[in-house]
Ligand binder design. Structure first.
Ligand code: XUL
Ligand code: CO
Length: 449
């Protein structure tokens, strides 16, 4: 039996299942570092990393940009008899890709999978037809759904927002999609359901009632949560923060902002964060900042793995390649307890001029290898103990005596001030943070030393 799926037609002919060949391999269609079953820190690489493929970039985005049409020729679009026929071919191609690359998960928007019909009812029927096929393919291949979502940002009717639209009728149409996408996610055993509020923000405050829009967003999310729970959804809801683009300002600006919003509206029990590296950069943070911020507040959930370009100020959605970044990310993820329902979803696209079918494989191989390297470096940081030990020692004064009392909330401000007064200035506080030393230690791990 072939160890990958193909439908009636093989969409990526000549490409076999991608295998691990080791660091010395010169084969561009092999993993050099990602060895799925290799155990790192007591857990298999594949279970640490839980790779997912993004349906929208890999099988829908054809390379079009504001300056020109698509450049990627998708074989399932050629000779298509109808939009539904195309969608079926695309799904077979997608499962062929998932199995050939060896990713156990995927993520999708409703409209990635099924075309919009002439009415909400027809759109839902289209989606459910494709969901039935996806369920069969999941059973046949063992590939699972990481999360589902609804695209309530591309259609012109959402140009003024979806749940934050100034027109009630649009919110009701967004509900038709979110309800159906939740049903689809449940039917496919999805472990999560994501909200990325692409157009939930504003372009100008001159035409916007910001308070009302945020209240409406909270109400909509609450309704979606209640519906999904009523239907038996046991998974996690994710909010994917992004500060801007396509809006000038998006309400889900960054992790800290979203946590405040969720707590304000009592959504903090059901929602976690889906952190995208490129979105973090747009918010003026780095990826690891967002991961640590989420983890510290108990909101760590899932990751959209990609990168921006440090000289560009937009969401370039490139494949992650920096070992430095993946090492810091994996260190944060391991410290957060690792993924439970979440995973590393490659919300990344090949460049417009990457037009060979093999480019999609090569791009994912690079991303998977980069995280496999990052994972091993993170484990080295932990095993060697120098960095975590340094941090532990740095806070040692809270472990005993008055510091421990402070941590337990047993001191008043007067008592705290008296401790300061009695101690006097001396050299208190003049302890080196040793950042450069720690950076050098980390660089040593990057080289495997
Ligand atoms: C857009 C983005 C989306 C979400 C899902 O920047 O990241 O693809 O991940 O809607
Ligand atoms: Co994303």
């Amino acid at each position: 039996m072939a160890d990958y799926f193909t439908g009636a037609k093989e969409y990526f002919p000549g490409i076999q299942k991608i295998k691990y060949e080791g660091a010395k391999s010169k084969n561009p269609l092999a993993f050099r570092y990602y060895d799925a079953d290799k155990v790192i820190g007591g857990k298999k690489m594949k279970d640490h990393l839980r790779f997912a493929i993004a349906y929208w970039h890999s099988f829908c985005a054809d390379g079009a940009d504001p300056f020109g049409p698509g450049t990627h020729i998708f074989p399932w679009n050629v000779d298509a008899k109808s939009p539904m026929h195309t969608a079926e071919g695309k799904m077979e191609a997608a499962f062929e890709f998932f199995t050939k690359i060896g990713a156990e998960y995927y993520a999708f928007h409703d409209r990635d999978m099924a075309p919009e019909g002439g009415s909400p009812a027809e759109s839902e029927k289209n989606l459910m037809t494709l969901v039935t096929k996806a369920k069969k393919l999941q059973e046949e291949t063992g590939v699972k759904l990481l999360w589902g979502t609804a695209n309530v940002f591309s259609n012109p009717r959402f140009m003024n927002g979806a749940a934050t639209n100034p027109e009630f009728g649009v919110i009701a149409l967004a509900a038709t999609q979110v309800k159906a996408a939740i049903d689809a996610t449940i039917e496919l055993g999805g472990q999560g359901y994501t909200f990325w509020g692409g157009r939930e923000g504003y372009m100008s405050l001159l035409n916007t009632d910001l308070k009302k829009e945020k209240e409406n967003l909270a109400r909509f999310l609450t309704m979606a949560r209640d519906y999904a729970r009523k239907q038996g959804f046991k998974g996690v809801f994710y909010i994917e923060p992004k500060p801007m683009e396509p809006t000038k300002h998006q309400y889900d600006f960054d992790t800290e902002t979203v946590i405040g919003f969720l707590r304000q509206w009592g959504l903090d029990k059901d929602f976690r964060m889906n952190i995208e590296a490129n979105h973090a950069e747009l918010a003026g943070h780095d990826f690891v900042h967002e991961l640590e911020t989420a983890a510290a507040a108990g909101f760590f959930g899932s990751v959209d793995a990609n990168r921006g370009d440090w000289v560009n100020g937009w969401d370039t959605d490139q494949f992650p390649i920096s070992y430095y970044e993946t090492a810091l990310a994996m260190y944060a993820i391991i410290k957060a307890g690792g993924f439970t329902t979440g995973g590393l979803n490659f919300d990344a696209k090949i460049r417009r001029n990457s037009v060979d079918p093999s480019d999609l494989f090569v791009a994912h191989i690079g991303g998977m290898d980069a995280f496999a390297v990052g994972l091993q470096i993170a484990q080295r940081i932990i095993d060697d103990g120098v960095i975590p030990g340094f941090v532990k020692d740095r806070y040692a004064s809270f472990g005993s005596g008055d510091g421990a009392k402070f941590s337990k909330g047993e001191l008043s401000l007067e008592q705290l001030a008296k401790i300061g007064t009695d101690a006097g200035y001396g050299k208190t506080g003049l302890t080196s943070g040793k950042q450069e030393y720690l950076e050098n230690v980390l660089n040593g791990y990057l080289l495997g030393l």
